[in-house]
Design a protein. Sequence first.
Length: 107
Amino acid sequence: MPAITFIHPTGEHTRVEASDGESVMLAATRNGLDGILAECGGNAMCATCHVYVDDAWLARLPAIDDDEDALLDGTASDRRANSRLSCQIKLSGELDGLVLCLPERQV
């Protein structure tokens, strides 16, 4: 079971357990994590599940596709080189321990 650590803008850390194959967004919302809105339910249409991937983990994720790339241009908080949509990150054992920072706002 992969675990994810979310770092809130306040510096608080929240650890969430997930299932293999589950998206980061689904794991976050299933656990009631504040900071991931996921208004479109994980359909890559709204960018309200924006996260910043810790640099140590960035190279382990699959490349961003064109749709995700376009949506990241419209996030409420600044897009950075390590910005991703959490609905597009599928979890596996290789991502156990993944560290993500939450942006200041999603809308």
